[in-house]
Write a protein that binds this ligand. Sequence first.
Ligand code: SAH
Length: 220
Amino acid sequence: MRKLEDAYLHKGLRRQLVELLKTKGITDAAVLEAINTIPRHFFLDSAFDKIAYEDRAFPIAANQTISQPYTVAYQTQLLQIKPGDKVLEIGTGSMYQTTILAAMGAKVYTIERQIELSNKTSGYLFKDKFPEVHFFFGDGFEGLPEIAPFDKILITAAAPNVPEKLWQQLKLGGLMVIPVDESETAQRMLRLTKKKDGKEKRESFEEFSFVPMLTGKSEK
Ligand code: SAH
């Protein structure tokens, strides 16, 4: 495995990224601090080392992508993460978003459906630093009923709708952040609150573009 180094250059680029995210409307200090702390280039192929802190999505294995930093920051801010929150993430991908949540003190349960990506989680670089991160290979539409309920649920792929099973696995008072298909290429970011009486409060935010949330597992 290549030697991973977090050089002054990377730290400087991260600070610039944080400033950019502030101008784009990210205000949650804990989110900005996590972005400033976690080396995004560790989650990318070394070919991307110099551009890892541009506010762009990049390809990872299995034809998937690491989300754009703005998207990661936006979704995380909507989740209002507090230390100790039990969070379900659908779409582990590069493990970058997972690590941002962990850096904010969340206990993270994250599911990936692509075996190639899931296999990489055994080499998770922050295993010792964040022992409260748990990886699962499976279909995120099913969630993790054996571990539910969750304080927060985050979907990081384009969902066709709000999966009923995931809604069931949200605590009363909990939040779900989910990009739901609005057209073939765009999703509307939604935040659903499960009110104390179990009813849904739905808030609508900006449009984004994610890779699709697919059913079943991919074993090749
Ligand atoms: N959070 C990731 C984003 C990766 S892109 C990151 O920060 O890098 C979305 C990911 O969701 C892809 O890896 C894709 O394989 C995964 N995915 C899509 N549908 C899924 C499902 N039903 N269950 C679990 N993962 C899914």
